[in-house]
Design a binder for this molecule. Structure first.
Ligand SMILES: Cc1cc2nc3c(=O)[nH]c(=O)nc-3n(C[C@H](O)[C@H](O)[C@H](O)COP(=O)(O)O)c2cc1C
Length: 399
């Protein structure tokens, strides 16, 4: 059995799996079930003073989409998109704080780290929400600078609207970090040119960690009706986002060395490992839990254990950042030995799919054999070959 414990911001998590701030953490009963499932932590639904964002939760509409971006019925695709809208916590902050306090006590007893989450509308309200959250006893909190919906609403100054404004984001972080003593993690939006730049600004302003990364805004059309799916624009994410999220995790890890909690794009234990290898210490799951239920958390924890065991890792902590550390720059890649396509003629049926997909015109059919000429090493032929007859092997191109 691998040791799944991780230390994040000085707090020990019994495993790195955290239920993200969303409907599974939006009331005491739900959070009780997250805790029962053995989650290492949970982030409570974002407390807010924005009445518009409280009300938006009553307008909630969600759809799982398959790989063709059609609405799923019954079977949820492995590469689903989760498309929809919701608001932030609908109860007023003082009322929500009472539930957070109760769940914090339960989490403490059961060994699940309960993390606060806030979304203010003015610098003062961010500070007030932070103080209220600290009083619940939670050991850390997130500042939600990533919620996509305020960007689509009239005059709602929270979430991604803050995350896109580096100066305002830094001002809020500075004010909050000077007002509370527990560590804060800033949940950023991917909808900026450079996430590292915003992460740097919030780090310099006093943030201890970043949560990478919130969801996108999308727009989906039903061509049969000629209308948008679920009325208009909506938030979008899902397992297909994983490479986009991992890109920011590894860059922030390498460039800023900040503790990171990863979210957006996790499905199973293998994804957890990938997020951690990119540089995340803990990971947060929402949409897959909403599709599969709380038991998915338990399953992911046990599969993470099995994966680490079967790959010779004795602790979860030892995988953190290993892929980020070995990532090359484009300049380093240019110095790296190239590959060349090699055809196994025993497997090859001369179907010529590879020739159709070689845009360097390096492959040809000669005397009933696929011949590799001046291969540039791109690797496309090895992916399209239906027989698995082409592999990429070290070998300089002859150009
Ligand atoms: C229904 C729903 C509600 C959400 N509500 C919040 C929220 O209140 N606060 C927040 O910080 N993130 C919220 N999120 C974002 C999630 O916490 C999570 O970061 C995101 O869904 C990406 O993770 P996933 O790929 O596992 O879904 C919500 C997401 C969903 C799907």
């Amino acid at each position: 059995m691998a040791d799944l414990k991780v230390n994040f911001l000085g707090v020990e998590f019994k495993n790195p799996i955290v239920a993200a701030s969303a409907e599974p953490t939006a009331n005491y009963e739900n959070m009780e079930r997250v805790i029962e499932a053995g989650s290492g932590g949970l982030v409570v639904k974002t407390m807010t003073d924005s009445e518009a964002m409280q009300k938006e939760s009553y307008q909630t509409r969600w759809r799982y989409l398959n790989e063709r971006h059609e609405v799923c019925h019954g079977k949820i695709s492995r590469t689903f998109s989760f498309y929809g809208r919701t608001g932030l916590e609908w109860r007023p902050p003082e009322e929500w704080a009472k539930q957070v306090e109760r769940v914090q006590e339960l989490g403490k007893r059961e060994g699940c780290v309960v993390i606060g989450s806030i979304g203010g509308t003015t610098v003062d309200s961010w500070v007030n929400l932070a103080k209220l959250t600290e009083q619940t006893g939670v050991p850390m909190m997130e500042l939600n600078f990533g919620c996509p919906h305020p960007s689509q609403m009239e005059n709602v100054q929270t979430g991604m609207v803050v995350g896109q404004d580096k100066k305002l984001a830094a001002e809020i972080v500075k004010a909050v970090s000077e007002s509370v003593s527990i560590p804060i993690s800033i949940k950023l939006t991917p909808q900026v040119a450079d996430v590292v730049e915003i992460a740097r600004a919030v780090k310099e302003a006093g943030a201890e960690a970043v949560t990478l990364i919130n969801r996108f805004v999308g727009f989906l059309v039903n061509p049969e009706t000629g209308k948008p799916v679920i009325l208009g624009s909506a938030g979008v994410g899902g397992p297909w986002v994983k490479p986009l999220t991992l890109r920011w995790i590894y860059e922030v890890y390498n460039k800023l060395g900040m503790p990171i909690t990863g979210t957006n794009g996790l499905y199973d234990a293998k994804d957890v490992v990938e997020f951690m290898m990119a540089g995340a210490t803990t990971v947060q799951m929402a949409s897959v839990v909403m599709a599969k239920g709380y038991r998915w958390l338990k399953k992911t924890i046990s599969e993470l254990n099995e994966w680490l065991d079967s790959h010779g890792y004795s602790t979860a902590e030892e995988v953190i950042g290993i892929a980020a550390k070995s990532a090359m720059t484009y300049a380093q890649m240019a110095e790296y030995p190239k590959e060349k396509a090699v055809v196994d003629h025993d497997l090859c049926t001369q179907c010529q799919v590879c020739i159709n997909s070689c845009f360097y015109n390096a492959l040809s059919l000669e005397d009933d054999r696929i011949v590799v000429g001046d291969c540039w090493g791109c690797g496309v032929c090895s992916c399209v070959c239906p027989e698995g007859a082409i592999t990429m092997q070290d070998g300089p191109m002859s150009l």
